[in-house]
Design a protein around this ligand. Sequence first.
Ligand code: APR
Length: 170
Amino acid sequence: MGIHIVQGDITRALADAIVNAANPTMLGGGGVDGAIHRAAGPELLAACKQVPLTERGRCPFGEARITAAGKLNARYVIHTAGPIYSQSEAPALVLASSYRNSMRLALENGCKSIAFPAISCGVYGYPLNEAAEIAVSVCLEDEFKSLEKTFYLFGEDIVQVWRQVLSQHR
Ligand code: APR
């Protein structure tokens, strides 16, 4: 299945799974995290609190957790904590793991389609070009070819970056 790019709000996505750019606490935040929780309603936070807490939080960096989607037009929300670019020892590996683990969880739960934001490209400060290269390369891995993938990106600049990177992979 292909990779699509949309300029728009991920809370409007029509996909089996919507990926949330969360943090290890899974207790909400700003950016995408805030938007998804607002659109999904309080039951999403309740579902997040059901996720077992480890010493590295509910969702350690690079990992992914799946919950119900509350009022969103999706079956699941997949929460992942991307790397904090300036603090991560291996940001590229952690970002790739966030994308990979999110798609593995989607496939394990019978999803046919998944919507991604630009993980770590906001508050977490990941440079757009490098992030786009990682996101597109992982999404093109054979393991995930059956998944319909759509990036919901905020802003013309980031859309251009993703389109340019995607065109280099075709
Ligand atoms: N739909 C799609 N994209 C969005 C939306 C939205 N509604 N809101 C913001 N974005 C974009 C941002 O413009 C950025 O390009 O999503 C990208 C990711 O930015 P952040 O939401 O800041 O996420 P991230 O950089 O991964 O930082 C995660 O921020 O909100 C907190 O709790 C979250 O601590 C975590 C941290």
